[in-house]
Design a protein around this ligand. Structure first.
Ligand code: ADP
Ligand code: F6P
Length: 354
């Protein structure tokens, strides 16, 4: 079995609260095994440039509670090229890095699986506020982002109630409605618009007019960014024109990507970080660490990436060729489960609104 003397840790793609807690856990878990840790700065850009420094016990002190990432993050198109990959591999050899824990989203995992194929074993941790990695129930940063959203929506509720207004609020999530759906339920929103389902605007407008007549003053509508950046502002205008209810549009954008991680994110990130190191040192790589039904487990990266495509109805020719019939059946069941979970949230949000 491969003996690890030194591993690297990096954060890549969109940052997420809890990434620091994960970095801290990786560093401390590795050191407890007598394995050194190198911090790779700016994601794969730092791997290409050799922007790398050793991380000791005290280098990760006072970060468990901090948002952002002390290792910084980047989107690095060069790493997608053969030349970029070769430079990354060369850096690992130069710094004596035997394996890497890569914290990020599906793009980061695509880089990690290629790096593994080039002889540098990698383990991925799901770090993104979007919760758009199908193989895990929760991603690092998702819980914090949702808590930030409801905090802000609660504030909007106050002012909407005072002025008898409607607020249309756009939240991040890329193509996934998870943040919007959960926060719509938790903030008691009037309606939620997500890319996963067709939205009935006419029904909303009619309901708003009726409830206004019955004395309802504030209206809160959550829109996921995945429906398009024009949608929220256009809906705001339409509500005002059709119902006469004064309306304002708010885009929370990157605000919900910052801030101190919640307890849930700190604990899950810590568990995942320790699990990742243990797996890597046991000789398991090309895996992503997931949380399923409250348990920390690992999934093959390739499986996780193809499962995402299956869930998004985006499978390409040959995608399933590398998997056994049992694996494909399990994938289908997991994709179906995720669809059901999203549908259930949507139904609940719509049954208890207005
Ligand atoms: P996320 O990890 O949050 O999904 P990105 O999609 O931007 O964010 O991916 C992060 C980084 O991962 C990219 O900037 C790039 O450096 C690397 N990456 C993405 N796709 C690939 C790929 N196909 N091959 C190699 N590296 C990739
Ligand atoms: O993936 C996280 C995320 O914040 C998405 O919700 C959003 O679509 C995207 O990243 C924004 O990316 P950027 O930070 O490059 O503006």
């Amino acid at each position: 079995m491969k003996q690890f003397k030194r591993i690297g840790v990096l954060t890549s793609g969109g940052d997420a609260p809890g990434m620091n807690a994960a970095v801290r856990a990786v560093v401390r878990a590795a050191l407890s095994h007598g394995v050194e840790v190198m911090g790779i700065y700016r994601g794969y850009s730092g791997l290409i440039d050799g922007d790398i420094k050793p991380l000791g016990l005290r280098d990760v002190s006072n970060i468990i509670n901090k948002g952002g990432t002390i290792l910084f993050s980047d989107r690095c198109p060069e790493f997608k090229t053969e030349a970029g990959m070769a430079r990354g591999v060369e850096t690992c050899h130069r710094f004596g890095i035997d394996g890497i824990v890569a914290i990020g989203g599906d793009g980061t995992f695509r880089g990690a699986t290629k790096l593994t194929a080039h002889g540098i074993p990698c383990v991925g941790l799901p770090g993104t506020i979007d919760n758009d990695i199908t193989s895990t129930d929760n991603t690092i940063g998702f819980d914090t982002a949702m808590n930030t959203v409801i905090d802000l929506v609660d504030k909007l509720r106050d002012t909407c109630e005072s002025h008898a207004r409607c607020s249309v609020i756009e939240v991040m999530g890329r193509g996934a409605g998870d943040i919007a759906l959960n926060t719509a339920i938790a903030s008691g929103a009037t309606a939620v618009v997500v890319p996963e389902f067709k939205f009935d605007e006419e029904a909303l407008l009619k309901k708003m007019e009726e409830s206004r007549k019955l004395g309802k003053r504030n209206f809160l509508i959550i829109v996921s960014e995945g429906v398009g950046s024009e949608y929220g502002p256009a809906l705001t205008k339409k509500i005002e024109e059709v119902t006469g209810i004064e309306s304002r549009f708010a885009r929370f954008a990157h605000v919900v990507r910052g801030g101190n991680p919640t307890l849930r994110d700190r604990v899950m990130s810590s568990k995942m970080g320790v699990f990742a190191v243990d797996e890597l040192l046991k000789g398991n790589s090309n895996i992503v660490i997931c949380e399923r039904d409250g348990k920390i487990v690992s999934t093959d990266i390739q499986y996780a990436l193809i499962l995402d495509r299956m869930y998004k109805n985006n499978l390409q020719d040959g995608d399933l060729d590398a998997f056994t019939e049992e694996e494909v059946a399990r994938m289908r069941a997991e994709a179906r489960e995720t669809r059901n979970r999203i549908k259930e949230l949507y139904d609940i949000a719509n049954r208890i609104n207005l």
